[in-house]
Design a protein around this ligand. Structure first.
Ligand SMILES: [Zn+2]
Ligand SMILES: [Zn+2]
Length: 309
């Protein structure tokens, strides 16, 4: 399996001289099985570049998994050139929301108020599928979905093919007690309530831990440093330190920190990378750690992973 990063910026595209190396496009990853099947993760602005690289032509089997419909994860869809070519077929999957099926959520951004071409007018054949938590066979790929903690229905994906596994968290914040984080419980009933909330959060965090366990590659939402996170609790994103510790404990082989804050410069990411690598070295940890970089490919072929170990 081969993975190519087409967009790894969070929230909004951030082009410019300070982001030119790690890239300014929002979330989009290309996965290729060894037999050439295409599975795309998220339809951020990086999807436009992926479309250009395909020359407008999709392979016979092409799938798009959308973690959630926040704008930065779908804005590339109307600019995906293969959708304008008759004969192409794209299988598009994502979670429905309480008020609409997934197809409608994707189509709203192409209403005339926002975009000149309606989704139904695209020339390619688009097959939409509502996705919920569970295990799915998507072409050659086994896809396990899990609801993540984000202010909208958001799915994380565990993808297994060719004997390798990749986990993509989408946008996620560790579960926590949202009621008593700011204040102490006032009586026994509230103390009981607090204990229940803490137990639920711990159980959900443990389930996420199991979801990423032993992955060959974990692509995570590490938008904040732990210091920045304190001022952004409830925004639906994680601190990179949280994922480093989770990935180490869960025996993840490679951790790719992604969904970079739009204000994070290349120089700042270089510095964070050096810091985390030095920390891992000093602790004798062998886990491969990187920050996602637009245009970079990673081959998870068996021999390559063994060499890295
Ligand atoms: Zn996002
Ligand atoms: Zn989001």
């Amino acid at each position: 399996m081969k993975i190519t990063v087409w967009g790894c910026r969070g929230s909004i595209p951030a082009p410019g001289p300070d982001t030119v190396r790690y890239g300014g496009n929002t979330s989009c990853y290309e996965l290729r099985s060894d037999n050439g099947e295409l599975l795309i993760l998220d339809a951020g602005s990086g999807l436009r570049e992926l479309g250009l690289s395909l020359g407008g032509k999709l392979p016979q089997s092409a799938h798009l998994l959308v973690s959630h419909t926040h704008w930065d994860h779908i804005m590339g869809y109307p600019f995906f050139s293969p959708l304008y070519m008759r004969g192409n077929k794209l299988h598009v999957m994502g979670a429905p929301h309480y008020d609409a099926p997934f197809r409608e959520l994707m189509g709203r951004q192409m209403h005339y108020a926002y975009f000149p071409v309606r989704m139904d007018d695209l020339a390619a054949d688009q097959e939409f599928e509502n996705l919920r938590e569970g295990e799915h066979q998507v072409g050659k790929f086994k896809v396990i979905t899990r609801y993540m903690n984000h202010p909208v229905t958001c799915l994380g994906f565990r993808i297994e093919v060719d004997g390798r596994s990749v986990v993509y968290t989408g946008d996620h914040e560790p579960y926590y007690d949202i009621v008593y984080r700011q204040r102490e419980p006032a009586n026994d009933a509230e103390r009981q309530h607090k204990a229940e909330l803490e137990a639920f959060a711990a159980q959900q965090n443990q389930a996420v831990f199991e979801f990423v366990r032993d992955a060959d590659l974990l692509i995570c939402d590490g938008m904040f440093t732990s210091a920045e996170y304190e001022a952004h609790v409830g925004w639906g994103h994680s601190a990179m330190e949280y994922w480093v510790e989770t990935a180490l404990a869960a025996n993840v082989k490679r951790l790719m920190i992604s969904h970079h804050d739009p204000c994070r410069t290349d120089a700042q990411i270089d510095k964070l990378l050096a810091h985390f690598r030095a920390d891992l070295r000093s602790r004798g940890e062998k886990m491969n750690l990187s920050f996602a970089m637009e245009g970079r490919s990673l081959d998870l072929a068996v021999s390559e992973v063994q060499a890295a170990l």
